[in-house]
Write a new protein. Structure first.
Length: 141
């Protein structure tokens, strides 16, 4: 399945703009591929104002967010891979969403692999949880 993050980011930015608020992105600048001015990064993070009046050539796709913005009066091209987006929120009321760190694709694939079942012929096991009987409920009066 594809990541839901790009869809949620697009929806939140649209919702914030529709309510005449100022959308901000919190970005993990240490994620590979992030292009922001180095002087804007504080403790590995950068908060970006992405309001339509603050940026030009704004686009969001499933891979990244791209736009031109002015930092200290100088225009810079900004590129933020979706994996680097930590939060989207409105500056005025902090309404929005925080995203968990995104796992690398290889880690996701290995976590969905079904672990092998131990051999059921293990008669020497002393672990009480090792029996194969399913749990059951009992009515207690």
């Amino acid at each position: 399945m594809s990541s839901s993050r790009p869809y949620l980011v697009r929806a939140l930015v649209e919702w914030i703009n529709d309510n005449q608020l100022t959308p901000h992105l919190q970005v993990d600048a240490s994620v590979p591929g992030v292009r922001v001015p180095a002087f804007a990064v504080r403790e590995g993070k950068v908060t970006l104002n992405i309001a339509p009046r603050a940026v030009a050539h704004f686009s969001i796709d499933n891979e990244a967010i791209r736009f031109q913005a002015r930092f200290g009066g100088v225009s810079h091209a900004v590129y933020v891979p979706m994996a680097a987006v930590e939060a989207v929120y409105a500056r005025e009321n902090a309404q929005g969403m925080v995203f968990p760190p995104e796992l690398p694709t290889a880690a996701i694939a290995s976590s969905t692999d079904v672990p092998e079942e131990p051999d059921s012929g293990d008669a020497g096991s002393t672990d009480p949880g090792a029996s194969k009987k399913p749990p059951h409920l009992r009515i207690v009066k």
